[in-house]
Design a protein around this ligand. Structure first.
Ligand code: IPM
Ligand code: MG
Length: 355
């Protein structure tokens, strides 16, 4: 029987409850597919600070690098807000992304027709559908550039990109475009930033290897406006790290609930990191009301990455069926109200029924 090693980084806040539901769904996948998942639960973020005094340990990094996939819940919470910068929970997340070389972060924003009423956009704007993939560069740019404070108390961060860093993420975007609607919109601020001018130049060069793909460029301010004016115009949004962070939150809200959107981070090694795009929501933690769907869909992206595409489709179909049947956690608008655990069970049951 094929075996897959999966590190579970549940993290803080609602992290443990949502990852437990994703594991429930993976267990259902295991029983219909014959693949065995071996889970290795590890700490990251605030819970790791409490236990080990640091948000990410070497042992956890080693386990993640050796795994077939890493499933992450969320990190952070008010308890750790006053930690020094290098010991904040977020540092654990940034650290694991960098340590695993996960330069490509894929954040699909898709609207489920049944949930369109939960979107803040008017139905006329949504009528052409929303299926945007934010391809975000994840381990470069201003998040990782030189930073510091000066003697007179000023503080700075630096946006820095090499051609290699831009080229490899651009390739991911164009390869993906070939499997989608063949349209890449690259986001930058080339009218102001010299790093953006390099970004634009390299992306334009990469595009020459993909004659079938249409490439457009937008300044980030315009892109953020266009995304709410007419989201259907976008297929792939290719973004530097920080612009992708911001635009993916915006894209998520267009779909109605940030509780629905997964993301996958891939790069140099075989293992990727799969997580919901939302945070740890400490205000609703432990109440069994969080939405586990984003994490369950992240698990589906992990299955895709492990070449289990049929199983991934099965999970996505189960999610779609449960939504179509009217089940909703509180963030999803009106419907048959269910909690986190019931939502996980409903989805797992549909996966099992497919056997
Ligand atoms: C995200 C988050 C993280 C980021 C934070 C928690 C460091 O906002 O995954 O989008 O900025 O990348
Ligand atoms: Mg973010």
């Amino acid at each position: 029987m094929a075996e897959k090693k999966i590190v579970i980084l549940a993290g803080d806040g609602i992290g443990p409850e949502i990852t437990a539901e994703a594991v429930r769904v993976l267990d259902a996948v295991a029983s219909v597919s014959g693949v065995k998942f071996v889970y290795d639960p590890r700490d990251i973020g605030g819970c790791a600070i409490d236990k080990f005094g640091e948000p990410l340990t070497e042992a956890t990094v080693a386990a993640c690098k050796a795994a077939d996939g890493v499933l992450l819940g969320a990190v952070g919470g008010p308890k750790w807000d006053n930690q020094p910068a290098d010991k904040r929970p977020e540092k654990g997340l940034l650290g694991i992304r960098a340590a695993m070389g996960l330069y490509a972060n894929l954040r699909p924003a898709v609207i489920y027709p049944e949930l369109a009423s939960a979107s803040p956009l008017k139905s006329e704007v949504l009528s052409k559908g929303v299926d945007v993939m934010v391809v975000r560069e994840l381990i470069g740019g201003i998040y990782f550039g030189p930073r510091g404070t000066t003697e007179d108390g000023a503080a700075y961060d630096t946006e820095i990109y090499s051609e290699t860093e831009v080229r490899r993420i651009a390739k991911v975007a164009f390869d993906l475009a070939m499997k989608r609607r063949k349209k890449v919109t690259s986001v930058d601020k080339a009218n102001v930033l010299v790093s953006s001018r390099l970004w634009r130049k390299v992306v334009t060069e990469v595009a020459q290897d993909y004659p079938e793909v249409t490439l457009g460029h937008l300044y980030v301010d315009n892109a953020s406006m266009q995304l709410v004016r007419d989201p259907s115009q976008f297929d792939i949004l290719l973004c530097p790290n920080m612009f992708g962070d911001i635009l993916s939150d915006e894209a998520s809200q267009i779909t109605g609930s940030i509780g629905m959107l997964p993301s996958s981070s891939v790069g140099e090694g075989k293992a990727g990191l799969f997580e919901p795009i939302h945070g740890s929501a400490p205000d609703i933690a432990g109440k069994d009301i969080a939405n586990p769907i984003a994490t369950i869909l992240a698990a589906a992206m992990m299955l895709d990455n492990m070449d289990m595409t049929n199983e991934a489709e099965l999970v996505r179909k189960a999610v779609g069926d449960v939504i179509a049947a009217g089940y909703r956690t509180f963030d999803m608008g009106e419907g048959n109200r269910v909690g986190c655990k019931s939502m996980g069970e409903l989805i797992a049951r549909r996966v099992l029924a497919a056997n």
